[in-house]
Design a binder for this molecule. Structure first.
Ligand code: ADE
Length: 257
């Protein structure tokens, strides 16, 4: 009961452009500097929250997740940002909610199985199904009702965001920005069910698993992880990503309260 009454949510993002809008909505906003990062504390949409960025790559995100859990005592952790499509069905603007995450670059063979975290006996980290369900409702409602109020018509046209879809499935994370269709094919072959790739989710999931903290990873597709990915990614991040994060995190907090 206490953990519900005094719930603190940790919210992480990779690039500032993917998450920084949320800090403008913090009430009683205070800043705590720890190492190179500012942790933004306050009340977000009625819930006590800590928002932190930038956080790019597995080590940075594992370090920040650990700080959020042990210094700020968050009792759930959300990560919102972009991803490269791995499944060819996915289009730019689609939302992926991870129900499972794998570190695609973790390979301690021959001592452990490929992708297995040594001495943890786990390769795949699963999201709590009730959080996945809440996130799905939130994402559908964002696309149906809120997106057009947050993203201007010119940007909707520029990125052809006419009928984005919500997907639930696997996310593969690694310390690589992927811009190579062959690499994506290889990841999909080795980790069936992978919908998209990014650089943080599985590390956050791993830390949350070790600390028994519920987590949710939201991703919006910014690129196809192909040769145009670096250009597509930057354009999307500069214009669109922040609005998705704001709408999705706001919706999720309301949905859970
Ligand atoms: N985040 C967004 N696009 C990505 C890509 N292509 N590879 C890794 N992380 C990403």
């Amino acid at each position: 009961m206490l953990s519900i009454l005094f719930a603190v949510v940790g919210i992480m993002g990779a690039m500032p452009e993917e998450i920084s809008l949320l800090t403008q909505d913090l009430k009683n906003h205070q800043e705590v500097q720890i190492g190179p990062r500012t942790y933004h504390t306050g009340t977000l949409y009625g819930t006590e929250a800590v928002v932190v960025y930038p956080c790019v790559g597995k080590v940075a995100s594992a370090s920040v997740a650990t700080t959020l859990i042990h210094r700020f005592h968050v009792d759930q952790l959300f990560f919102s940002g972009t991803a490269g499509a791995a499944d060819s069905q996915l289009q730019v603007g689609d939302i992926v909610i991870a129900d499972r995450l794998v570190q695609h670059d973790l390979d301690a063979r021959p001592f452990f199985k490929q992708f297995e975290v040594p001495f943890l006996n786990e390769s795949v980290f699963f999201t709590d199904p009730s959080l996945v369900e809440a996130a799905y409702q939130t994402a559908e409602s964002f696309l149906d009702n809120d997106m057009n109020g947050l993203i201007d018509a010119a940007s909707i046209d520029a990125f052809s965001l006419y009928s984005p879809q919500v997907y639930i499935g696997g996310i593969a994370s690694g310390d690589q920005f992927i811009a190579d269709p062959l690499k994506i094919q290889e990841i999909c072959r080795l980790i069936p069910g992978t919908l998209c790739v990014e650089m943080e989710g599985a590390a956050v999931a791993h830390v949350c698993f070790e600390n028994q903290i519920p987590f949710l990873i939201f991703r919006v597709i910014s690129d196809r992880a192909d040769h145009s990915a670096p250009v597509d990614f930057l354009k999307f991040v500069r214009k669109i990503a922040n609005s998705y994060s704001k709408g999705l995190i706001q919706g999720l907090i309301y949905q859970l309260n």
